[in-house]
Each structure stands twice: as structure tokens, then as C-alpha cells.
Design a protein around this ligand. Structure first.
Ligand code: ADP
Ligand code: ZN
Length: 228
């Protein structure tokens, strides 16, 4: 049986991380978040951590060679045998071309765009209000999904943090990067016949249900590299 590969696409702040965490529970395949892995590398002061931090704090993409390297290593691990959920990768066409070579015939590939209204993302303070648990990775929002106890993770009790790139003045730049570099992937995956869209502005649980429906129904998504 091929692997189940789910790619979540969408605007910064639309909820890719939140949804990836939710579907992990249902599908029993791991979440691979390049953003989380890069933040880890920064915290551990690895060689590419410094470059990654510069780019991330400017709202730009980290270089393809770094990100492609991280992902190709990560998916070799045992826990990815049955599949994995990619959240935040690929983020431009060149990464998608690289990743395409790692998909094998027989793998089930579903690409799901969580569509968003960028004005509403701003108004709802999805990014400036975001809080993250450095321990277990749970994601909160000060305004819409606050932890029970102020600044403390409900799940593991750690002190929550604000990501350094979730600043008001960086948001436009991150949105611009998304439109210029990432949104062309919609066409890329439409052409491969594996693209789906879910309205990411609906309540978290509704979006999760929609995503699971798509994954369970995507019988047609057996990937065949010989096509196109
Ligand atoms: P969000 O999607 O909310 O912006 P992420 O945690 O996915 O949050 O990404 C944060 C930052 O990490 C991005 O702005 C970018 O600088 C970097 N990054 C994450 N994934 C990639 C990737 N696949 N390629 C290049 N840069 C990446
Ligand atoms: Zn936690």
C-alpha cells in the first residue's frame, strides 16, 4: 500500500498547523511542519539556524536547499512509512518540483488549500494574537482560542510564547510572500489533479471534518508520476 501524503496549503494564519494537529489524531500519521523544524533549528543554534532566523524575521522564505534537505531527511524516518502531513511545505514551485521526485507511484497524494480572506485574518487577529506552546506545540489565540489559564498551555502547563514573526509590521510582507511564491502551487497541483479546497474561515472543527472527508474520499488520488 502506498503512503498517505497530505499537503496543507494556505495563507499564514489560516490554520494549517491547527488543522494538521487535529488530523494527526485521526489518521495516525505524523505532522511535518517546516516552520516548527526551522524554529527548532534556531533554538538549537544549528548552522543553518542563523540564516533561517534572518529570513523568517523578514517574512521571507528560507532557502530551498535548507528546507528541501530538512524534509527529505525527515520523511525517511520510520514513522513516515504509512504517510505524513506536510504543513508549510512546499512553499514555492521549486520546492514542489523537488518534492515531486520524492513521491512514489502508488502513494496517495491530497493537496488541500485552506482558503482565506486576508482582510478577515487581520481583523480576527489570527497572527498577532497567536500563542504557541514551546513544549507540545499546541496553538492558541489570545482573542479567539485563549488558554484556560492566562499564558499557560492547557495540555502541558508550559508558559506560552509569541512567535517572533507574528508581528503586525511583518504581516503584509508574509502575505506578499505567500501571494507571490506560494499561491502558484494551486495551479501546479490542479494540473496534477490532486488539488482540493476547503474554506478555512469556518470554525476549526468544521474545517477538520471537511479535510477528513476529502482525504477519505480521494480514491482518485493515487499518484502516478508518468502522468504529465
Ligand atoms: P506561517 O505559515 O503561519 O507563516 P510557518 O511556521 O509555516 O508559519 O512559517 C514561518 C516561517 O518559516 C515562514 O515565514 C518562512 O520564513 C519559514 N518557512 C517555513 N516553511 C518554509 C518553507 N517550506 N520554505 C521556506 N521557508 C519556510
Ligand atoms: Zn503545551
Amino acid at each position: 500500500m502506498g503512503r498517505k501524503i497530505v499537503i496543507l496549503l494556505g495563507h499564514p494564519g489560516v490554520g494549517k498547523g491547527t488543522q494538521a494537529r487535529a488530523i494527526v489524531q485521526h489518521l495516525e500519521i505524523p505532522q511535518i511542519s517546516t516552520g516548527d523544524m526551522l524554529r527548532d533549528a534556531i533554538a538549537k543554534k544549528t548552522t543553518y539556524g542563523r540564516e533561517a532566523k534572518e529570513k523568517m524575521d523578514a517574512g521571507e522564505l528560507v532557502s530551498d536547499s535548507i528546507v528541501n534537505g530538512i524534509v527529505s531527511e525527515r520523511i525517511k524516518r520510520n514513522d513516515c512509512k504509512k504517510g505524513f502531513i506536510l504543513d508549510g511545505y512546499p512553499r514555492n514551485v521549486s520546492q514542489a518540483e523537488t518534492f515531486r521526485k520524492l513521491v512514489k507511484n502508488g502513494d496517495h497524494l491530497a493537496v488541500i488549500e485552506l482558503s482565506a480572506d486576508s482582510e478577515r485574518l487581520r481583523k480576527e487577529k489570527r497572527l498577532v494574537g497567536r500563542l504557541m506552546c514551546p513544549g507540545c506545540g499546541e496553538i492558541y489565540n489570545e482573542f479567539s482560542k485563549a488558554p484556560k489559564e492566562d499564558q499557560i498551555c492547557d495540555l502541558c502547563g508550559r508558559q506560552l510564547i509569541h512567535r517572533s514573526d507574528d508581528r503586525e509590521e511583518l504581516i503584509s510582507e508574509r502575505f506578499r510572500t505567500y501571494h507571490e511564491e506560494t499561491s502558484p502551487l494551486i495551479q501546479f497541483y490542479q494540473d496534477l489533479g490532486v488539488y482540493h479546497q476547503v474554506d478555512g474561515m469556518r470554525p476549526i472543527e468544521t474545517v477538520t471534518e471537511e479535510i477528513l472527508k476529502i482525504i477519505n474520499n480521494s480514491v482518485a488520488a493515487v499518484y502516478d508520476r508518468r502522468r504529465s
